[in-house]
Structures are given as C-alpha cells and as structure tokens.
Design a protein around this ligand. Structure first.
Ligand SMILES: Nc1ncnc2c1ncn2[C@@H]1O[C@H](COP(=O)(O)OP(=O)(O)OP(=O)(O)O)[C@@H](O)[C@H]1O
Ligand SMILES: [Mg+2]
Length: 278
C-alpha cells in the first residue's frame, strides 16, 4: 500500500500567486542589503509590477523602520494579511509584538517562521516577492532555499576588500544550490562632495565590477554613498518611492530594470539541489 507521509514542500513548487522570488543577500553585514531590497522593490513597483517585500532578517528586522510602519498585521481565517505601504505588500518579524517572538532562534523555529511568511501570508497575486536576508550564509538562507524556488539572487557588497571577500562566499553559496544569480550591486561606491562634482572613493574603486567579472556574475551597477539615501531609509520614505522622478532613485531603477530583464531571459527557475551540508 502506498504510504502517506508528511513531506517538506518541494522547493521547485511555486508559492501560489507568486511569479518570481528575488532574494537580496550579502556576505558581510551592514553593506546595504535592506536599503537595496527596499528600493529595488519600490523600483519594481514604479515599473508597474505587483510587488511584495518579505523581511527574512528575523534577528534584526529593519523593514518596518525603513518603510515607516507602526501597525501590526491582522489575521483573517488563519491567513496573515500583509501590511501595505507605497503599493508594496510587506511582512516582517518587526511587525510581531515583542512578547510573541523568541529571543533565541533555533533552527526548527527559523524554518517555521520562514515557511509561515511564505505560505501563510496573504500575498495575493505578485509578479515579484523581494526577500531581504540577514547577512552571511547561515540558517535563514539555507532554510529559504530549501523552502521556496528562488528565481534569482542579488548580492550586495561595498567596494572594500573585506566585503568583497564575503560577497564571494555568498555567490558561492547560491551557486552551490543552483540559485541563479541576478547580479552583484556595489553599494556605497563613492561619495560626491556636496556642491561639487568631486568624487571620493571611500572604500576603493571598481572592486564590485572586478569581483563580478572574476566570478562571471552580472554587474548590476553601483549606488553612491549618499546621506539622502540613509535619511530616506531612517525616516520611512526610501528614495525608491519617487522612481525615475528622483536622481537618487536612478541606480535602484537601473537594478530593477536589469533584474526584470534577466528574469525574463532566464525563464523558469532551476530546481535547487542540496549537496551542501547542514
Ligand atoms: N548608498 C547608501 N548611502 C548612504 N547610506 C546608506 C547607503 N546604503 C545603506 N546606507 C545606510 O547604511 C546603514 C546600513 O544599511 P542597511 O541596513 O541597508 O544594511 P544591511 O546590509 O541590510 O545591514 P544588516 O546586515 O544589519 O541587515 C543604514 O543606516 C542605511 O541607511
Ligand atoms: Mg538588513
């Protein structure tokens, strides 16, 4: 007799209603993943797509602050209703009240919450679900790749050697599990001295492009170090909400356009293989 057993969802199985999942990761922390994820998601909205943004950084969720949200999501018939802001559907651990979440995340709990965010949130019909990852190549990344078919990964780095070294690890991790790489973004590339055209390469120059070329990963472009980008993020009004109408959003619009183009070229995501150890 055939045995019925409870198996983990097949990662090749799409999340109903979600056409493409884009994961935004990095090796190093603090390089601007959340900034890129939020503004990329807003760029996709500006291009006319239906977009969700899932904050998978359960340790330090920053999406609520970056999007200016103080609300809590409510549940209808056991489905979590995402919070809507700037035409984006949002879900974050930061929306859950402190008493309802653990201080320490064990593997199975992480797995549970990532599953819940993907499958129990009423995302509706989305062209793109952008996922903001915590830094590194740890449990959240692994559990996400085991849980959902990721159409493409965006790796964020700064031009510093330390960040680039860790970006290579992130690229290798996604490669190992056959997640297609949409490309590498060099964030905090340079600083323009206010009121002048003078450009200061704070963390060195060209490292992102060189690393992308050396690893055969597409280069998605650079985002300057700009106080307005930080202010936008800290005040809940990221520059991406202005789309092509704000010069500061242009690098993110470019990333969004290339990502869409690449995703269309790639077609369906390949099924991940899990040769990496736990
Ligand atoms: N291009 C930029 N110009 C100016 N400030 C920036 C830029 N990118 C990011 N920042 C600022 O740098 C800080 C870190 O950025 P962010 O939170 O996006 O990084 P992260 O990689 O998501 O960090 P973590 O690893 O902690 O999740 C934030 O205060 C953000 O506003
Ligand atoms: Mg972050």
């Amino acid at each position: 007799m055939p045995q019925t057993h409870h198996s983990a969802p097949n990662p090749t199985q799409k999340i109903p209603g979600i056409a493409h999942i884009i994961a935004v990761g990095s090796g190093k922390g603090g390089v601007g993943k959340t900034t890129v994820a939020a503004n990329l998601a807003l760029g996709l909205v500006a291009l006319g797509h239906r977009v969700g943004l899932m904050d998978a950084d359960v340790y330090g969720p920053n999406i609520p602050l970056m999007m200016g949200i103080n609300d809590r999501p409510h549940t209808v018939a056991e489905r979590i209703q995402p919070i809507e802001q700037y035409n984006l559907k949002l879900m974050s651990m930061g929306f859950i009240s402190p008493g309802d979440k653990p201080l320490v995340w064990r593997g199975p709990m992480l797995h549970g919450v990532i599953q819940q965010f993907l499958r129990q949130v009423e995302w509706g019909e989305l062209d793109y679900l952008v996922i903001d990852l915590p830094p590194g190549t740890g449990d959240v990344q692994l559990t996400l790749m085991q849980t959902a078919p990721i159409s493409g990964a965006v790796i964020v780095t700064t031009p510093s050697d330390l960040s680039l070294e860790d970006a290579r690890k992130a690229v290798n991790m996604f490669r190992q599990v056959n997640v297609p790489l949409l490309g590498l973004v060099e964030n905090m590339s340079y600083l323009v001295v206010p009121g002048t055209d003078q450009r200061i390469d704070v963390f060195g120059t060209g490292g992102g492009k060189r690393t992308a070329a050396a690893m055969s990963v597409p280069y998605l472009g650079e985002v300057p170090l700009d106080p307005e980008i930080r202010k936008g993020g800290d005040s809940g009004r990221p520059v991406g909400i202005y789309g092509d109408g704000d010069p500061r959003a242009i690098p993110f619009m470019q990333i969004a356009r290339i990502a869409v183009e690449r995703m269309e070229q790639m077609g369906e995501p390949k099924s991940p293989s899990f040769s990496v150890g736990e």
